[in-house]
Design a protein around this ligand. Structure first.
Ligand code: XCC
Ligand code: SF4
Length: 676
């Protein structure tokens, strides 16, 4: 491993494992990698400093007269800001253009994923594939009307159910067209509460079609086009809505139709789910089109028997990142870790195959795999790796099961090649995951009231102070999982019910926050009472990052169920991505803000080098949509900023007093119980 020539020079700087992660298993694996002379992202974060100008968002390389860099003077700007690039672009223009391109990239990633799902659904509807089916008819019928597809038909004055195949085909064709239709607006926008939709309309940000908005960002940010940061932010909003209420939401829905809407199930999380005596296949990436098939293949008798023939006790699947969340929520496949643990799953020496599709995949996986027997298999035509030890098995929906079996067979055949000593860190925690709009309704509403009424009621009466969506990535620039866990604990301690997705969800599971028992340990009295009464964890895992659309729809259900709130910006709720790193996170943040919700990110945002533009995102934008951006490095402080926003909304709604009364009653009751 170690390079011969380097020996004489001083030892390389490496990460301090304890400072790098709050998870003991992760610390052990970082240490192990270092002992073996293998560098991981944690070490590289120590040796490579981020570029300070890029960090502030003020480097423009949109034409060959640049790159133009406009560093902010140490003491800030006094008087007029005269910084400009060769063409005259101001810091505001440059930072806004960069921000817009992040929104476009993030929207593309979520939406191209959604497109792939929609295309598979179209082949299902056309009966061109046998391997995928419509698993959840109820979900299909519930989304059809949102595409303008009727589910019943009148025959001789009688209302009859329409043929399912017909409905599926119509939905599929209309859905696929959402990416590139020449006119109109996205169908799903009308699912938003009416006042929210009207706001978007008034601001002129209703997306027309998904691809078009992304293309328009690229055009507007080309050298010499849109040079008014406010106008650029407007296009950021329109594009991001095409993600949240478009590509992401359709991805979620059509996945549910084909693979089943999730419902809560119990499993475990962290690298300790890997088993020494099993074939371990780690599935990493985002699109469940692949992972669903691998799950089916790995569970087949044929494959399990083959694994046994080869000396293994069975096949253990594990997920990393969002495809892990997809198979977690639908099949109870345990996640092996978050984004930052991908290299470490290989460092265990027990990973027989790492199967990846798109997004969040480190190219360094291939380098780490060279030191072990692990086969890294890329599967997607748009996501390959240059290293020569990487295998590419292209996955095609028309022979999906065949491809999946080939991949699983390869992993099984590789089991006997394990060389390096296997060392699986034992850390793992029990968890309940797989909540969705439908299951929250069921759990909180009970069977007889089947609505979001109970949730509303508990917010109004103050037992639940508000909602906090804690989502998104890990970032090697901050301690792995620390901000997620610290923030969430502080929120639930203050009676804020937490909804989580993405790597935030996996982190919550790893650290034991996704069990109903958590309520008794970490929650404030109001939230504890609600959770214990209905038997839910105070932190609800709603799936992958495209499933943030579930959070939008859950909030919409709260409005439909009646309450003091009329639009999304009225609800005492906040969004947070405490360890964000990806462009997708910026797209999500922008659609959450545009949907009316205060959104706070950890670390920093690449806008600080342009103070006027930053102020626009942090303050003025609220006048247009009700939501605004913020960032904060310290997770406890972040929680209190969110709580402050939640309390302000409660006050606006006139429900701030109710909470004081509830807490007073509770204190009395506790005193009574104590004296009894
Ligand atoms: Fe990627 Fe979705 Fe971020 Fe995790 S949370 S690091 S985007 S896998 Ni979406
Ligand atoms: Fe510089 Fe303007 Fe070209 Fe950007 S577009 S690199 S600011 S000259």
């Amino acid at each position: 491993m170690a390079d011969e020539n380097v020996k004489a020079t001083k030892p390389k700087k490496v990460a301090d494992p304890v400072a790098a992660s709050i998870d003991v298993g992760t610390q052990q694996m970082i240490q192990r990698a270092q002992d073996l002379g293998i560098d991981t992202v944690f070490d590289r974060a120590v040796t490579m400093k981020p570029c300070n100008i890029g960090l502030q968002g003020i480097c423009c390389k949109n034409c060959a007269m640049g790159p133009c860099r406009l560093p902010l003077p140490k003491g800030g700007i006094e008087g007029e800001d005269t910084r400009k690039g060769l063409c005259g672009a101001t810091a505001n223009t440059i930072a806004a253009r960069n921000f817009a391109r992040m929104v476009a990239a993030g929207t593309s990633a979520h939406s191209d994923h959604g497109r792939a799902v929609a295309e598979v659904f179209l082949s299902v509807a056309r009966k061109e594939t046998e391997d995928y089916k419509i698993k959840d008819v109820g979900k299909l019928l519930s989304i059809a009307p949102h595409f303008g597809v009727a589910t019943t038909v009148e025959v001789d004055g009688e209302i009859k159910d329409r043929d399912l195949d017909e409905i599926a085909l119509e939905v599929a064709e209309i859905a696929v067209a959402e990416w590139g239709k020449p006119e109109g607006e996205l169908h799903y926008l009308k699912r938003a509460p009416k006042p929210t939709y009207e706001r978007w309309k008034k601001q002129g940000v209703l997306p027309r079609s998904i691809d078009r908005e992304v293309v328009e960002v690229m055009h507007r940010t080309h050298m010499g086009v849109d040079q008014d940061y406010k106008n650029l932010v407007k296009q950021c909003s329109r594009t991001s809505l095409a993600d949240g209420w478009g590509g992401s939401m359709m991805a979620t829905d059509l996945q549910d139709v084909m693979f089943g809407a999730p419902s809560p199930l119990q499993t475990e999380a962290n690298m300790g789910i890997m088993k020494e005596d099993h074939v371990n296949i780690i599935i990493h990436g985002h699109e469940p089109i692949l992972s669903e098939m691998i799950v089916a293949a790995a569970q087949s008798k044929e494959m399990v028997n083959y694994a046994k023939e080869k000396g293994a006790k069975g096949i253990q699947l594990g997920g990393i990142c969002c495809t892990g969340n997809e198979i977690l929520q639908r099949h109870g496949v345990p996640p092996a870790g978050t984004y930052l643990q991908q290299e470490l799953a290989i460092v265990t020496g027990a990973c027989d195959a790492m199967v990846v599709d798109v997004q969040c995949v480190f190219q360094n996986l291939a380098n780490v795999a060279k030191c072990f027997h692990t086969k890294v298999i890329t599967t997607h035509p748009i996501a390959r790796m240059e290293q020569n030890n990487v295998l590419h098995i292209e996955f095609d929906e028309h022979h999906a099961m065949e491809d999946a079996k080939r991949i699983v067979t390869m992993a099984i055949d590789n089991f006997e090649n394990r060389e390096a000593e296997v060392m699986i860190p034992p850390q793992k925690n029990a968890q309940i995951a797989g909540f969705g709009v439908e299951s929250i309704e069921y759990h909180l509403g009970g069977t007889f009231r089947g609505s979001y009424f109970t949730l509303n009621d508990n917010i109004v009466n103050g037992r639940i102070r508000g909602l906090g969506a804690v989502v998104g990535c890990n970032n090697a620039r901050s301690q792995h999982n620390n901000a997620h866990i610290t923030l969430i604990k502080e929120l639930i301690k203050n009676d804020v019910l937490v909804l989580t997705t993405g790597c935030g969800g996996i982190a919550s599971g790893m650290h034991g926050l996704l069990t109903p028992e958590t309520a008794g340990v970490f929650c404030g009295p109001g939230l504890k009472e609600v959770c214990e009464t209905v038997g839910i964890p105070p932190v609800l895992h709603l799936g992958s990052c495209v499933d943030n659309s579930r959070i939008l729809l859950a909030a919409t259900e709260m409005i439909k169920a009646g309450g003091p709130w009329k639009e999304l910006s009225d609800i005492p709720a906040c969004g947070a991505a405490p360890e964000w790193m990806s462009e997708k996170a910026i797209a999500i943040g922008q659609y959450v803000v545009t949907s009316g919700v205060y959104t706070i990110f950890g670390g920093t945002l690449p806008v600080t080098g342009a103070p006027e533009f930053a102020k626009y995102l942090f303050e003025n934008i609220a006048d247009l949509y009700g939501g605004k951006w913020a960032f904060c490095e310290d997770p406890v402080e972040m929680a209190h900023k969110m709580i402050e926003q939640i309390d302000a909304k409660r006050k606006e709604l006139g429900i701030d007093k109710a909470r004081e009364r509830v807490l007073m009653d509770m204190a009395d009751r506790q005193k009574l119980e104590a004296s009894a």
